[in-house]
Design a binder for this molecule. Structure first.
Ligand code: HEM
Ligand SMILES: *[C@@H]1O[C@H](CO)[C@@H](O)[C@H](O)[C@H]1NC(C)=O
Length: 325
């Protein structure tokens, strides 16, 4: 027999609505991010992060790329929550040791240094996740790419998941359908995926991730394969580096797509975007319309940056990006 009073039935409806929202929300927007989130509590934040990234990129151009990748690997694992920054301890296994990250994701000291500067101005206020989001934007811009205003207000996780990092991050051997479905799992479209892959216009890859492509694949440019084989032998030299983009390795432009047209994608997964499939037409467009690439890249970066931990997850503003408070 239904004996709800009016107020308890209202409460029940509200509780049900909250559950429905939490379920529908999933890994998406638990709270609303906003570019002015710290405008009163940390007005110099953007300048501090920019200065830190400028100095890191001046020391080593590649660092702009490395921080961009770190942000991607943070966001694809339970949302952009700084989980990738947590160090392992004797009682805690984080994401740094996951397959896609180990001996590969780099630049943690750069985030530490920026965090120290931010803490000196605005104590216990700005999350590591937001610092990483801003730093990734600055890395792109400092290497000649677009800039945009970054929605802020993320919180840092109190946990990390090595298994989710292994499961959610695509590998260099991924097929087009795998790439589309792994980005789809994060609420990102095939178009977002193709635009975000343009990040491979900067940075380096280790030989072990493109060896099979340059020695065995039919759809690789012969002169490009020969060039890469010089520093990536059939065996050994696993960690030898090659630039993704031969012409402008540290310039954020649309050359990535022009390279794909010539079968000069470095990873198997890169060339999958232009191999007779659904993304061919878009790759062609990006290759001759840098403004379209820029604007789609920015849209997709903001979308990826909006991935947040599921509602109800306990979070905090970490004081040290490497450990929970
Ligand atoms: C589409 C699926 C993707 C795959 C399979 C993939 C895979 C890889 C691999 C294997 C490397 C080389 C790592 C190493 O040698 O240590 C790499 C580097 C890189 N990735 Fe991706 N990636 C993908 C998407 C993305 C996205 C979406 C972004 C950012 C928006 C990104 C940014 C980068 C950057 C900037 C580098 C160079 C890092 C450096 O030089 O330190 N990647 N990626
Ligand atoms: C392979 O690369 C060469 C040299 O850059 C270029 O001239 C040629 O058009 C490329 N081949 C294909 C199939 O795109």
């Amino acid at each position: 027999m239904a004996t709800f009073t009016r107020s308890s039935s209202t409460a029940a409806v509200l509780a049900l609505a909250a559950v429905v929202l939490a379920v529908l929300g999933g890994a998406v927007e638990a709270q609303q991010l906003a570019p002015n989130f710290y405008s009163r509590t940390c007005p110099n934040l953007a300048r501090i992060v920019r200065r830190g990234m400028a100095s890191a990129v001046q020391k080593e151009r590649r660092m702009g790329a490395s921080i961009l990748r770190m942000f991607f690997h943070d966001c694809f694992v339970n949302g952009c929550d700084g989980s990738i920054l947590l160090d392992d301890t004797s009682t805690f296994t984080g994401e740094k040791g996951a397959g896609p990250n180990a001996n590969s994701v780099r630049g943690f000291e750069v985030i530490d240094a920026i965090k120290a500067q931010v803490e000196a101005s605005c104590t216990a206020t700005v999350s590591c996740a937001d610092i990483l989001a801003l730093a990734a934007r600055d890395g792109v811009n400092l290497l000649g790419g677009p800039t945009w205003s970054v929605p802020l207000g993320r919180k840092d996780s109190r946990t990390a998941s090595q298994s989710a990092a292994n499961d959610n991050l695509p590998g260099p051997g991924s097929s087009l359908s795998t790439l589309i479905s792994m980005f789809g799992n994060q609420g990102l479209s095939a178009r977002d995926m193709t635009a975000l892959s343009g990040a491979h216009t900067i940075g380096r890859s280790q030989c072990q991730f493109f060896r099979s492509r340059i020695y065995t694949e039919p759809n690789v440019n012969a002169s490009f394969a020969a060039l890469r084989q010089r520093t990536c032998p059939r065996s050994g030299g696993d960690a030898n580096l090659a630039p993704f983009d031969v012409q402008t390795p540290d310039g954020f432009d649309n050359a990535y797509y022009q390279n794909l047209l010539q079968q000069k994608g470095l990873l198997h997964s890169d060339q999958e975007l232009f191999n007779g499939g659904s993304q061919d037409a878009l790759v062609r467009q990006y290759s001759n319309n840098p403004a379209l690439f820029s604007s789609d890249f920015v849209t997709a970066m903001i979308k990826m940056g909006n991935l947040l931990p599921s509602a109800g997850t306990r979070t905090e503003v970490r004081l040290n990006c490497r450990k929970v408070n």
